[in-house]
Write a protein that binds this ligand. Structure first.
Ligand SMILES: Cc1ncc(COP(=O)(O)O)c(C=O)c1O
Length: 365
C-alpha cells in the first residue's frame, strides 16, 4: 500500500467537527479580519511559548521580514544565516533590504555551526538568523554566546519547529524574536497560509504588530512603511483548536521516529538529537551517499520521499553575485547531496514504518 509523506486529510478528519464549527462561527460572526480568534491565538501562543507577546502575520516569510524590520534592520545591513534552509530564510533578509551572509552547518544536526559565525561578522552585521531545521532547535546557547559578545540580536527561524524544546525552552522563544509558519504541511498547520512573530521585548513586539498593519498603531496615523500582512481570522480559529492537540501530535511523530530509528538499515544516518533538545520531526530526514538509489526504490514501492534543498542557497542563481562555489560550505553541500525525507506524520503506523524501512533497505541492496 502507498505511504504518503504527509497526511493533511487524516489530521483534518481527527478534528473535523471542531474545525468546521469554528470556521462556521467565524463566517457567521462577520468578524473576519483581526477579530477575537487572532487575538486569542496570539495570547495562547505567547503563553505556550513563554514570550512577552506574539503577532499573527500572513505567512512565515513575511514574519521573518517583519521581525528584521521590527529591529530596524534594512538597507546596507548584513544578517548571518545558513544556506541549508528553505529559500524564504535568505529571501526575507533580502526583502527587508539587507544582505544574507551564509555560514555552514554542523555535520550531525545540520543546524547553524556556532563556531563559523565569528569569521562572518563585519561592521555591517546587524543580526544572526539561525534555523530550527526539520523540527530540531538550533544550538542557541553557543550562538547566543557569540551574538551577546558582539551585541547582535538573534532572530530564530522556527518555522519548522512548533513545540520543539531546548533545555525546556520552546523553539520560537530562543532568540530575541522568533518566527513560525503555519503553512498546511507544518506540524501546526493551517488550511491556507499563516505565520507568527514572537518576542521577549514588548516594545519590539508592538513594533512588529504595527508593521503587519501598514505601520500603524491606530489605523489612522501611519508611522512606518509597513505591510498588509495579517493572520487570517479563519486560520486563527483553526490554529486555536490545533494548539490543544499539537503536543499529542508531536508525541506521535516522536514515536514514529523511534520506529524508524529501530527499523531502518544500520548504515543510514538518522536525525541527530543532542542531549537537552527535543525534535518535533516536521520531517524525518535520513542521509546516505546512495540517496538517489533509496529514492528510486521508495518510488517503485509507492513510498513517498523527498530530497530537500538539493541546490543549497549559496548556489542559487539569485545569489550568484556572492560568488560562492561548491566546496565553500562543505557540510551544506554534503547534506544537500545525501538527504532524504521519509514519510512522517502523526498517523503513521508501525507496519507502515516497517514498509518504508524495507523500501530503504531495498534501495541499498
Ligand atoms: C525554514 C523556513 N523558513 C521560512 C519559511 C516560510 O514560511 P511560509 O511558507 O509560511 O512563508 C518556511 C516554510 O515554508 C521554512 O520552512
Amino acid at each position: 500500500m502507498a505511504v504518503g509523506l504527509m497526511d493533511i486529510k487524516g489530521q483534518y478528519a481527527e478534528l473535523q467537527d471542531r474545525i468546521e464549527d469554528a470556521v462556521l462561527s467565524v463566517l457567521r460572526s462577520g468578524r473576519v479580519i483581526l477579530g477575537p480568534n487572532v487575538k486569542g491565538f496570539e495570547d495562547e501562543a505567547a503563553a505556550y511559548l513563554g514570550t512577552a507577546g506574539a503577532v499573527g502575520v500572513a505567512n512565515g516569510t513575511d514574519g521573518l521580514t517583519i521581525a528584521l524590520r521590527a529591529l530596524g534592520i534594512g538597507a546596507g545591513d548584513e544578517v548571518i544565516t545558513v544556506p541549508f534552509t528553505f529559500y524564504a530564510t535568505p529571501e526575507a533578509i533580502a526583502q527587508a533590504g539587507a544582505r544574507p551572509v551564509f555560514v555552514d552547518i554542523l555535520p550531525d544536526t545540520l543546524t547553524m555551526d556556532p563556531d563559523a559565525i565569528e569569521a562572518a561578522i563585519t561592521p555591517n552585521t546587524k543580526a544572526i538568523m539561525p534555523v530550527d531545521l526539520f523540527g530540531l532547535p538550533c544550538e542557541i546557547d553557543a550562538i547566543r554566546k557569540v551574538a551577546d559578545a558582539r551585541g547582535l540580536p538573534v532572530i530564530e527561524d522556527a518555522c519548522q519547529a512548533w513545540g520543539a524544546t531546548y533545555d525546556g525552552r520552546r523553539a520560537g522563544s530562543l532568540g530575541d524574536l522568533g518566527v513560525f509558519s503555519f503553512f498546511p504541511t507544518k506540524n501546526l498547520g493551517g488550511f491556507g497560509d499563516g505565520g507568527l512573530v514572537t518576542g521577549h521585548d514588548a516594545d519590539v513586539v508592538q513594533h512588529a504588530r504595527e508593521l503587519r498593519f501598514h505601520g500603524s498603531k491606530d489605523k489612522k496615523t501611519f508611522t512606518h512603511i509597513g505591510f498588509n500582512s495579517r493572520l487570517d481570522e479563519v486560520q486563527a480559529a483553526i490554529l486555536r483548536i490545533e494548539l490543544g492537540v499539537i503536543d499529542e501530535w508531536n508525541g506521535r511523530r516522536a514515536l514514529v521516529a523511534e520506529w524508524y530509528d529501530e527499523y531502518l538499515p544500520d548504515e543510514v544516518v538518522r536525525p541527530a538529537v543532542p542531549d537537552g533538545l527535543t525534535h518535533v520531526y516536521h520531517l524525518y530526514v535520513i542521509r546516505h551517499p546512495r540517496r538517489d538509489d533509496i529514492a528510486a526504490a521508495c518510488k517503485e514501492r509507492q513510498v513517498d520521499c523527498a530530497a530537500y534543498y538539493t541546490t543549497p542557497m549559496q548556489l542559487q542563481p539569485v545569489f550568484a553575485d556572492m560568488g560562492h562555489k561548491p566546496g565553500d560550505f562543505p557540510v551544506t553541500d554534503e547534506a544537500a547531496a545525501t538527504n532524504l525525507a521519509l514519510p512522517m506524520h502523526p498517523n503513521l503506523t508501525e507496519a507502515q514504518v516497517k514498509e518504508v524501512a524495507a523500501a530503504v533497505a531495498a534501495g541499498l541492496a
